[in-house]
Design a protein around this ligand. Structure first.
Ligand SMILES: Cc1ncc(COP(=O)(O)O)c(C=O)c1O
Length: 407
């Protein structure tokens, strides 16, 4: 570990003070003090209800919120800040597209294609909308190692397909999908492309214009920001045509007893009092990441993934889901151990102060397709280090022994 890596680690006192080897970053990341302080500072010094008050404090709150929107827009290269709608998380972002775009533009007989490897958040909203509109959901099956390609989409797409919804990085395999290629196929058939960026935006540089996606969802809490703030990127022309998602205060222009007109994009999608502290924290999290820079973040995460995979693949009775190539994992290692239930695996890791995830990772249809009920998952962030991996590998190597196996 270099001095620079130690410097990153030093930004996360929880890792030292709670004596935890934290390997559940795909579920949520830890927060550096600068993010916590930025949100706290907003509440200490600038708090007022934004957009509503005609006094300085409220205007400051509005400015803090809109500045944060600009930071998020620049981060993913949206063409204008209005293309960022703040939500609570990726789940809400996907529901927003499904309910607002889907309910409005889908008709009986239309088709929505989602991959079998989706998180429930990018599957269930589409099923709800399909049930309500008479559209149907078709699943795009990945290979057993998680591979999904635009040509596989090409084989099943038709001119009835109106929406293609696929994750950029799978939260089970860690594999990076060719979203630009999927978007090209979707657009060639007149469908829109919805990409779930919950696992990609925190780990790789994302350029929504280059990917040519119509919508992208992501959560702040997986990228060092507070919980309760997330974002939906939407192409402006589409957001503009969509009806609101939630109705009430702040999202209107004018209300009469029998009608209403709605605010401009993005405010028509942000009903009620918004989460300014969260947005400020998210913007600071982005500045925090960019102080290190993508090159360093990606290199560190890749190096750690290679270091971990090389060791894990050598442990007898341990089976990693997906490809054996560390470059197909992006810090996510999901595995099974012969004869040991994933919940026992997680409990034994916990006894060693190592936090990993066990279960279906909100991807039950994928697990069923792979013939598994549940799995265990370790997931990295750029503040992890080789000592974390060594502790993980040591525990993993002794796990069957701890369960009484002698081979
Ligand atoms: C790929 C993917 N999509 C969506 C989500 C939902 O994120 P959130 O719970 O923050 O809404 C997750 C969370 O784990 C995820 O991994």
């Amino acid at each position: 570990m270099t001095e620079a890596d130690q410097q990153i680690r030093g930004q996360f006192p929880i890792l030292k003070d709670r004596n935890v080897v934290y390997l559940d970053n795909a579920a949520t990341s830890q927060k550096p003090p600068c993010v916590i302080e930025a949100a706290a500072e907003y509440y200490k010094m600038n708090n007022a209800n934004p957009m509503r008050g005609l006094y300085e404090l409220s205007i400051d709150a509005t400015n803090a919120y809109e500045d944060a929107r600009k930071t998020v827009a620049d981060f993913i290269h949206a063409s204008r800040p209005e293309e960022i709608v703040f939500t609570r998380n990726a789940t809400e972002s996907l529901n927003l597209v499904a309910y607002s775009y889907g309910m409005h533009f889908l008709h009986e007989g239309d088709e929505i294609i989602v991959s079998i490897a989706e998180h429930h958040s990018n599957m269930l909203p589409w099923r709800q909308v399909a049930a309500a509109t008479g559209a149907h959901v078709t699943y795009l099956y990945c290979k057993q190692d998680g591979e999904l390609t635009p040509s596989m989409l090409e084989e099943i797409i038709s001119d009835k397909t109106k929406i293609v919804a696929i994750t950029q990085i799978s939260n089970v395999f860690g594999r990076l999908n060719d979203i630009k290629g999927f978007a090209a196929v979707a657009h060639a058939h007149g469908a829109i492309m919805v990409a779930d960026g919950a696992q990609s935006v925190p780990h790789i540089p994302v350029n929504v214009q280059d990917l040519d996606v119509d919508f992208m969802s992501f959560s702040g809490h997986k990228m060092f920001a507070p919980m309760g703030i997330g974002a939906l990127y939407g192409r402006y022309e589409l957001l503009d045509q969509m009806p609101p998602f939630l109705y009430g205060g702040e999202m209107i222009e004018y209300v009469t007893l029998d009608g209403a007109t709605y605010a401009e994009v993005p405010h028509k999608f942000e009903a009620g009092t918004v989460n300014v502290g969260g947005a400020v924290g998210m913007a600071e999290a982005i500045r925090f990441m960019m102080r290190f820079g993508w090159e360093r973040i990606e290199k560190r995460e890749n190096d750690l993934t290679v270091y971990a995979m090389e060791k894990v693949l050598k442990i007898p009775h341990v089976h990693v889901l997906g490809s054996d190539d560390p470059m197909n994992h992006h810090g996510i290692i999901t595995f099974m151990i012969d004869g040991v239930h994933p919940h026992d695996v997680a409990a034994i890791f916990d006894a060693h102060n190592i936090a990993i995830r066990a279960g279906h990772h909100c991807a039950q249809p994928l697990h069923k397709y792979l013939g598994k009920l549940s799995t265990s998952r370790a997931s990295l962030a750029f503040y992890n280090n080789e000592d974390d991996i060594d502790a993980f590998v040591e525990c993993l190597s002794g796990l069957r022994g701890a369960m009484g196996y002698t081979d």
